[in-house]
Design a protein around this ligand. Structure first.
Ligand SMILES: Nc1ncnc2c1ncn2[C@@H]1O[C@H](COP(=O)(O)OP(=O)(O)OP(=O)(O)O)[C@@H](O)[C@H]1O
Length: 321
């Protein structure tokens, strides 16, 4: 049977109408979702990249790497989370907490840490004067609310939590809890990272005890000797902590307290090689050995763990170059 010209025309029109209908429906659903939740904004989510970088660029942190990957992947896979993702990263200086924040940003947002969806607060820089606490509270809440209503998928990083005023920390509670909306804005797609040195001594002590017992550091788990609970208690009870008697801890809105282990000689060596590569230099193991040997270690006698982690490796490398 010959196909008539009108039939072809009708098919094309019908096809176009169907495509149009599907487009309008999808857009409509998107607009309705955005109305209730705020727009998600463009994402560059790369779960494989996140896994790769946490495994290969973050040295000596098997536990942090595993917990963070699981937490972020689980959160991102949930189209309708009941609360924002809240992670509190703990460990002594230079162990990779800021690096992890950077890796998460790079694998979630276009532009990584420089994305307009990523917001970094440094306690001593952004909230230096106790006398201005009331102003900070209002500004911080407005900033978070404004940015989440523009982009529901926003990330807020609070560095130096040990120097944050606990009263200011408490003003975040309404954003972090299981509320579908607060004043018409939903915060459930946002990510909050808290970074601090608090709890570092507990983590270092555990790493030392594992070494003394001839056990592999890779055996350390979140619940080894109640590590996560011990960090929680430590930050809650310490007057010099941004979580001191905080309602954030009372109400259990922090999803994970993530321990960062003290770095050993071999990890600092890997940092030195990584820095060389970042500077476009060929790997020079003897130079890396010099840099690493130059760093201070603790305990004094055993020289097991780097006092500064990988901090200042880059600066020392430049000295040798
Ligand atoms: N575990 C690690 N693996 C690879 N590089 C690391 C690691 N830890 C630190 N570094 C490197 O050392 C430098 C300092 O690290 P970073 O800023 O992440 O430390 P931090 O734990 O946030 O320290 P602080 O508590 O003093 O802020 C960065 O250049 C980072 O890339």
């Amino acid at each position: 049977m010959a196909v008539k010209g009108e039939d072809v025309f009708v098919c094309i029109v019908f096809g176009l109408a169907l495509v149009g209908f599907v487009y309008v429906t999808v857009r409509g659903v998107g607009i309705i979702c955005d109305y209730f939740r705020g727009p998600l904004c463009p994402m560059a989510y790369n779960p494989d990249g996140l896994g790769y970088e946490l495994k290969n660029k973050l040295f000596g942190q098997h536990l942090a790497s595993r917990v963070i990957l699981k937490a972020v992947k689980g959160f991102m896979a949930d189209p309708n989370p009941s609360k924002p993702l809240v992670l509190s990263l703990h460990g002594s200086s230079g162990t990779g907490k800021n690096l992890v924040a950077k890796i998460i940003a790079q694998n979630l947002f276009e532009g990584g840490e420089f994305s307009s969806q990523v917001h970094l607060f440094i306690a001593t820089h952004h909230f230096p004067h106790p006398a201005h606490l009331e102003t900070y509270k209002v500004q911080l809440q407005q900033w978070i609310r404004g940015n989440v209503s523009t982009c529901a998928r926003s990330m807020f990083i609070f560095d130096e939590m040990d120097k944050m005023n606990p009263v200011l920390t408490d003003t975040l509670k309404c954003f972090l809890d299981h509320y579908a909306q607060v004043d018409g804005v939903s915060f459930t797609h946002a990510i909050f990272l808290f970074l601090s040195n608090q709890g570092g001594h507990l983590i270092n002590q555990m790493a030392l005890e594992f070494w003394e017992a001839d056990r592999q550091r890779e055996e350390i788990e979140l619940n080894s000797q109640g590590l996560e609970t011990a960090i929680n208690k430590d930050v809650f009870n310490n007057k010099n902590s941004g979580f001191w008697r905080s309602s954030l801890l009372d109400s259990h809105v922090v999803d994970y307290f993530v321990p960062f282990l003290p770095l050993e000689y071999k990890h600092v060596f890997m940092c030195a090689l990584a820095e060389m590569s970042a500077l476009g230099l060929a790997p020079d193991t003897s130079m890396a050995r010099n840099v690493v040997a130059d760093m201070p270690y603790f305990p004094q006698e055993e020289r097991l763990f780097s006092v500064k982690g990988c901090k200042s490796v880059k600066q020392r490398l430049k000295y040798y170059i």
